[in-house]
Design a protein around this ligand. Sequence first.
Ligand SMILES: [Fe+2]
Ligand SMILES: [Fe+2]
Length: 293
Amino acid sequence: MEKKFSYEEINPLNSIEEWEEDVLVRYPDPEKIATSKATEAYRNYETPVRDTVREFYRLNHTYQTYDFVVGKKNDFLKFDKKEMPVWDAFQFLNQLVDDSDPDTDLDQLQHLLQTSEAIRRDGHPDWMVLTGLMHDMGKVLCLFGEPQWAVVGDTFPVGCAYSNKVVYPEYFSLNPDYTNNNYNSTLGVYEKGCGLRNVHMSWGHDEYVYHMMKDYLPESGLYMLRYHSFYAWHREGEYSYLLDDHDREMLKWVKLFNPYDLYSKSPSPPNWTELRPYYEDLVAKYLPATLKF
Ligand SMILES: [Fe+2]
Ligand SMILES: [Fe+2]
């Protein structure tokens, strides 16, 4: 008989934000790195949090197989789970609150608004502001009962050898694909230079929101959505043999977006009432009345 796992065993993070806190430790804000406040914050980073993140990646790297990814795509990319107006979708996403750290953690909509507002302040085009607003909408996967390791975390190609620049690469040896000769050569099931659009990425909120938005945003915004957690590519420069010219051209957009996601967190919440008219117009300009999930 199969062993039954408890919710905590499957979901080791106290909240899915712990993953992003860990990303920040790996890729600290270059502008804040010299200030004492930031230094102290990183020094105070608790070991137990790191342990939950480590356990999270053990599960993620063990279970994100090629077959798992294809199965999740077949299920979730039908978008037959739910349909709701965009604003209801934000309320829905906001059910994902973090009880473990009420002092510092903002709800999901606040992270999205801080990202989009930082993009807007820097004068980027409105479709990029909208990209910022929508980029983590895929986290609703958690509300459909998906485990944390199938929603968040750094993403990586499946169906080919793993880069050792993916965080905690040692856990890939636990993945059945690691010893499968179809999947464990450098190129695996892919052809050299095939382009990322032909590569299956580990399943999570990036791929899901990309498909949710793919008819509504320009290509550069879609790259930001689809690859924002692919740190081994946009931060480490790995997997060059899978890229085509289009990916190489689009990389600059993914890189442009990343700091707004990582470094726009501030303790003062955006004033939603004030911002609402602008965002209602923006959403109406690009998105349909309802979104499918
Ligand atoms: Fe994200
Ligand atoms: Fe984010």
